[in-house]
Structures are given as structure tokens and as C-alpha cells.
Design a protein around this ligand. Structure first.
Ligand SMILES: Cc1cc2nc3c(=O)[nH]c(=O)nc-3n(C[C@H](O)[C@H](O)[C@H](O)COP(=O)(O)OP(=O)(O)OC[C@H]3O[C@@H](n4cnc5c(N)ncnc54)[C@H](O)[C@@H]3O)c2cc1C
Length: 320
């Protein structure tokens, strides 16, 4: 059986859980394993109407009301011993990164994190994951006996449609406050976004190829003349050259505009997951081997400092 641990925050399902469920459905179909889901927390059963699984296990305990790595791993250890799944599959969220290594290591197992796909070779499951910031893809097989533990990267699988779980089973766990060393504080409140890149039809996105913050002005001019929204890769936002809300990728926004123009962006997997759903991708990069060209409909191998001014001129002319 494949057990998918579903994540939620303040009564809301994390959509990445639906992606993990669809990854599990695909692996399960190919390898002949049923898929079951698990909800853990306190007062969480209401979310069962959104979890498309033949069987949903619900683990509730007052000490699980607020997430803690200690509480989750202590409870999940008991659940896994009881259900004995073949594979435990999780969405690769910050929370999963926090508790899953502890859970797997506590059971003497490895945790294969951040999978972008999977393969079945000679009846054996392999998780495809990236190394060296996406420059190398490797296939990781599990050693030893099951249960195996793996997580899937945001956007790597299309999310399953939300639907009600067919059957629900409650599982009792024994927890004691002394087992929980973490003291959770209030949830971090993200600042309200002022730009809605999700609904932009055209996006011009800028990467490290822009070299200096003042060069972004040229890209802003292009956006203005095109009527496009400005976005960026992570290093640009990390450096404070543009606000975080303009970052595209696994730790930024996911967008699917009609046009995505990538300027000086290499195309690391963490960036691609945020924009590969765009209808038309145009990339400008001076390196013909940049991975961004693999997802591009049109590519310009060239210097963006020549291409962008030329584009501004052409758009101005076209507008008359
Ligand atoms: C956990 C994690 C989460 C991450 N999340 C994100 C995320 O959400 N979004 C994201 O973008 N990244 C994310 N990253 C970072 C990601 O791995 C890459 O490091 C990042 O996307 C690279 O940004 P870049 O393409 O702008 O820079 P680089 O990789 O440095 O690429 C710059 C590109 O510009 C080209 N170039 C240089 N000069 C010119 C020129 N004059 N004209 C044309 N082209 C030129 C170069 O050939 C190169 O391809 C994450 C990484 C980790 C580990």
C-alpha cells in the first residue's frame, strides 16, 4: 500500500498534497499497490471531503493541534507500524522537510526527498531527483526492506482533483506532552501580495544574466511598452533587486501566462516548475546549452543587452 501523508494549515488543505496523491496513483497503478491517504492533526476530519482517496486514515490528538516535528514523528511512527505501508509518499513542503527525515531515520530508513519523477526498472521503484542545482538528474533506488519514504517536488505531478474520500478510518495514537520538545509559535503571516502574477497574460522575467540592479530599468521599459508584468528568478529577489512577490519558481509563484519571456535565466528546475505551464516560452540566453531552451518555444542565443533594446524599439514601432 502507498500511504500519502496529506498536509494542511489552519483547516486548509495544502494543494501539493493533491500532487503527491496523483504521483501515488500513478506509481500504484504501475506497480499494483493501492493508495491510501492520511490526515493528522486535531479537528481535521472535515477536510476529508477534499481528499480523493479510496481510504483515508484520520489521526487526531489534542497534542497534534499545532504542528511539531516531535509530535508528528511520534504519532506517525505508531501509524506506520500499524498500517505497514510499502511506500510513504509526501509533498516536499517545508513542514515535510522538517519532520520526514526524523521519522524515516527513527525507523532506520532513508528518505528520498524532492522527487521530480519516478521509474520502474525490473519491478523496482526508482525516484528521479536533481543534484547540483538541477545540473544532474539521478535515479535513486531504495535499499533494504520497506516501508520506503519519498517526497515529490512542487509542480512535478499534476494535482489530483479534490473529491471526498470514499472510506474514513480513525487511528488512535498514544502521545505524552513530555515527548514534544518543540514549542510552536504563532503562524508566520505572509505580507499581502500587491502583484497578481497568476492572472498576468504576458510576463517578462529577469535572471542573473542582468548582472546589475540598475540594468533592470531596461527590462521595466520593455514591460511597459509590452504591457507585461515583471517577474524574476530567485537570485534577483534574494539580492533585493526586486520584491519576493515577483519571484517565480518552487519557492515563489507558479504562473501560466500566454507568454513568458525569460531574459538571462538559466532554467534551473526550481525555476522551471514555476513557469513550465506557460503557453508560449521565449528565452534569451547567451549560452546555447542553457536548460531554459529545453522548455522554450522560441529561443534567442544572444546577449540580452542587445536583444532587449531592439525589442523595445520594435514594440514602440508596432504601437505606432
Ligand atoms: C530549495 C531551493 C528553492 C529554489 N527556489 C527557486 C525559485 O523559486 N525560483 C528560482 O528562480 N530559483 C530557485 N532556486 C534557485 C535555482 O536553483 C537557481 O539557482 C536559480 O533559478 C538561478 O537563477 P538564474 O537563472 O537567474 O541564474 P543563473 O543560473 O546564474 O543563470 C544566469 C543565466 O544568464 C545567462 N546570461 C548571462 N549573461 C547574459 C547576457 N548578457 N545575455 C543573455 N544571457 C546571459 C547565463 O548564460 C545563465 O544561463 C531554488 C534553489 C533551491 C535550492
Amino acid at each position: 500500500m502507498i500511504l500519502v501523508i496529506v498536509e494542511h494549515l489552519q483547516g486548509k488543505l495544502n494543494k501539493m498534497s493533491l500532487e503527491a496523491l496523483s504521483a501515488a496513483a500513478s506509481i500504484g497503478k504501475e506497480m499494483n499497490h493501492p493508495v491510501e491517504a492520511l490526515l493528522i492533526g486535531s479537528g481535521v476530519a472535515a477536510m476529508s471531503s477534499e481528499i480523493p482517496a479510496a481510504k483515508l486514515h484520520v489521526v487526531e490528538h489534542p497534542l497534534l493541534e499545532k504542528y511539531t516535528a516531535d509530535g508528528y514523528s511520534a504519532a506517525l511512527k505508531q501509524v506506520i507500524a500499524k498500517l505497514n505501508p510499502w511506500l510513504v509518499l509526501l509533498p516536499h513542503t517545508y513542514q515535510v522537510r522538517d519532520f520526514a527525515p526524523k521519522l524515516a531515520a527513527g525507523l532506520g530508513k532513508a528518505f528520498v526527498s524532492d522527487g521530480t519523477g519516478y521509474k520502474v526498472e525490473n519491478g523496482e521503484l526508482q525516484i528521479v531527483r536533481q543534484l547540483f542545482a538541477g545540473k544532474v538528474a539521478c535515479d535513486v533506488a531504495f535499499g533494504g526492506a520497506s516501508p520506503f519514504f519519498a517526497s515529490v517536488q512542487a509542480g512535478a505531478f499534476r494535482g489530483a482533483e479534490a473529491a471526498a474520500a470514499a472510506t474514513i478510518e480513525k487511528i488512535e495514537v498514544t502521545l505524552d506532552a513530555s515527548q514534544i520538545r518543540n514549542v510552536p509559535e504563532d503562524w508566520f503571516q505572509e505580507a499581502k501580495r500587491t502583484v497578481d502574477l497568476g492572472s498576468a497574460e504576458w510576463i517578462v522575467s529577469v535572471g542573473r544574466g542582468i548582472k546589475e540592479p540598475q540594468n533592470i530599468d531596461m527590462v521595466k521599459q520593455l514591460c511597459e511598452v509590452m504591457g507585461a508584468e515583471l517577474a524574476a528568478s530567485r537570485p534577483i529577489c534574494d539580492a533585493g533587486w526586486l520584491p519576493m512577490e515577483r519571484q517565480i519558481g518552487s519557492s515563489g509563484q507558479t504562473v501560466a501566462p500566454k507568454l513568458y519571456l525569460a531574459l538571462g535565466i538559466s532554467g534551473a528546475i526550481q525555476h522551471l516548475v514555476g513557469m513550465k505551464g506557460s503557453r508560449c516560452v521565449v528565452a534569451v540566453n547567451k549560452d546555447a546549452n542553457a536548460p531554459i531552451f529545453e522548455v522554450s518555444d522560441y529561443g534567442v542565443v544572444g546577449n540580452l543587452f542587445e536583444v532587449v533594446p531592439a525589442l523595445i524599439e520594435e514594440f514602440k514601432k508596432a504601437k505606432g
